[in-house]
Design a protein around this ligand. Sequence first.
Ligand code: ATP
Length: 374
Amino acid sequence: MNATDLRPWRDPSQKPLLQIKSVTKKFSDFVAVDDVSLDIYAGELFCLLGGSGCGKSTLLRMLAGFEEATEGQILLDGEDLSGVAPHERPTNMMFQSYALFPHMSVLKNVMYGLVHGGMTKAEAETTAMEMLKLVKLEKFIKRKPHQLSGGQRQRVALARALVKKPRLLLLDEPLGALDKKLREETQFELIRIQETLGVTFVVVTHDQEEAMTLASRIGVMNDGYIEQIGEPREIYEFPKSKFVANFIGDVNLFEGEMIVDEPDRAAVLNDSVGEIAITHGVSGTLGQELTIAVRPEKLEISKKKSAKMLNSAKGVVEDIAYLGSQSVYHVRLDSGKLVKAFRANRVREAEDDLTWEDRVVVGWDGSSGVVLSQ
Ligand code: ATP
């Protein structure tokens, strides 16, 4: 790794700030978090991503100290956190409900923890004001929470959580209460604030676009397990399982038996496409069931088969969604399988415009599919 590489997880000599070692959490005999191991580095904005009930909040609550792990260890800077009370940890948690004090002004809300921690009022006010400037709320300091918009309340909660400069800030669905547009704007604000302060963030979200926008790395959770950990691009381009491929973005899955297994090429026999050629070696054995995952933007669609389509299938355009910069085509293949293809709308009136009921060919080259064995 060179000095400018900001990805410490790629450098085995770097020490993680937070180490989660084989952590399991059981509620009676129900396993909510199942043998999770994960290292998070200083300065990261790490997203735990997963559907409802997959255990992401339980894992976050263990980091904060609101739950004890049934098995395993959580270390911060090499120090075991077991038995350390939440308020004694160098961590802070921002809840989805924000939990602001309704009767206190914005300034007092942010000062509260500082004054309780022993700071003088004057010092606390200066420190709180700096943080309120950072979250762009200096004009609202006298208001009470109910006199603010949802986005402003979210920023008060963030300022309050950050003002004591925790080593690690834990955020549970921090943007969950905001509408889509505000949510997207606030994502960039959150990144700016995190980068300015250099505090390590662990964010829980069920929203894959949000995780892709925010995260330095993502941990995709399913049923208490971490299915995959990686940079957003890595998770999108090289998902390790059908679950991850499906959870992150749209994907077309073609299943079949491996019929060619050579060092530099392989092939899978699929009901819709026939023989799917793969122009690289695959770890597996002849006869093994494999899935080829092809993202809709990698699936070419046209009226005639093009030279680039090493793998192709014929079908009929069943539906088109015009999304401005691109259109999404739903194509019913002759086998009955439905696939999705994206096409960029580069010119206003495209000559080869495709429309409903058109007979088309969809296809991809030998390297655009990801081969999945699980
Ligand atoms: P959501 O996005 O819906 O909040 P989540 O991934 O954060 O989901 P958790 O809150 O971590 O999910 O819950 C994981 C599982 O553990 C769920 O099945 C939940 O019902 C269960 N669970 C959580 N807390 C308890 C508890 N105190 N007692 C028993 N079961 C619990």
